[in-house]
Design a protein around this ligand. Sequence first.
Ligand SMILES: Nc1nc2c(ncn2[C@@H]2O[C@H](COP(=O)(O)OP(=O)(O)OP(=O)(O)O)[C@@H](O)[C@H]2O)c(=O)[nH]1
Ligand SMILES: [Mg+2]
Length: 333
Amino acid sequence: MKEKDPEFFIQGVLKNNRRIIAKTITLIESSLARDKKVSFEIVKKILPYSGKSIRLGITGIPGVGKSTFIENLGLLLANSGHKVAVLAVDPTSRKSGGSILGDKTRMEKLAAHENTFIRPSPAGKTLGGVAAKTREAMLVCEAAGYDTILVETVGVGQSETKVSTMVDFFLVLLIAGAGDELQGIKKGILEIADALAINKADNDNIDKANKAKKIYEMALHFLSSSSSSWNPPVVTCSSILENGTENVWKTVIKHNKLMKRTGEFDHKRKEQAVEWMWNLVDDGLKKKFMETSIVKKEIPKISKQVKQGLISPSAAAEELLSYFNYKNILIGT
Ligand SMILES: Nc1nc2c(ncn2[C@@H]2O[C@H](COP(=O)(O)OP(=O)(O)OP(=O)(O)O)[C@@H](O)[C@H]2O)c(=O)[nH]1
Ligand SMILES: [Mg+2]
């Protein structure tokens, strides 16, 4: 098959051709060696056009209202002239393949808006795979002129931690419960949040949401924040009321302005880029390790021995690593 021409994709992206943007992301997600070569070229060329956006990560347990929130906020922004791209990181196929369709239908109005681009993630891929490409997909969207990137990730597992390292603002959505607010929430998530938003603060749920807000404010009080100049606030919002998410956006903008003034914005982006490089090195090394034939052969045997308590995990790791040395990396056995 003829190799794909990087220029076709680059020009399409720069001209904001949504069909080509989607094709470019598909290419970037491909694990075929020849696609990788082309996508590497594309990412290199679009890099100078990227970076000029606000990257907002949104997480929360299933059903908290992430997609509805994104549609509400996305419409608010798109209607005021912003160009909004939505990327979804959904590593699990929790809903037997129904989740993409579900999200798409929920974001119907947003998807139809001329100022938006929506990219649901492929279901059933591994976390590393999907999140690894989300960063590149984000750069593509920026080069295509999107000034706001919204990344939805479900707050279970590790996807949210990965996403938090690629965005400028990490928002944790919550809903008010009956006094059991802090249950089911990992402390780690609160620590990486730039703000908490109690969603579904509408109709007869407003009092409960305000109570939850107080409880979370107390909880945050005991955690140290990642920035010395920003204390993550707790706000309430509703994703079903028109402009019900506006106050969250105001918080994002306030944070953005402050971070730019203190220099933390730039610093964080630079740190994130280096961290991302290491992420990819980790992934690459692990992949090479798993592909080493002797390692492949020994893994089932050694794993079994660990399970049976015949050898300690550390001894097992030591043994596996001993099969993998730098010669393996060079010759790629
Ligand atoms: N009353 C009210 N209902 C809401 C609000 N936001 C979302 N919902 C409802 O909550 C349900 C779940 O919303 P989704 O947006 O699909 O939630 P999600 O977090 O994206 O869920 P997953 O993608 O499955 O993780 C839907 O029935 C929404 O209509 C809100 O602000 N107020
Ligand atoms: Mg959703």
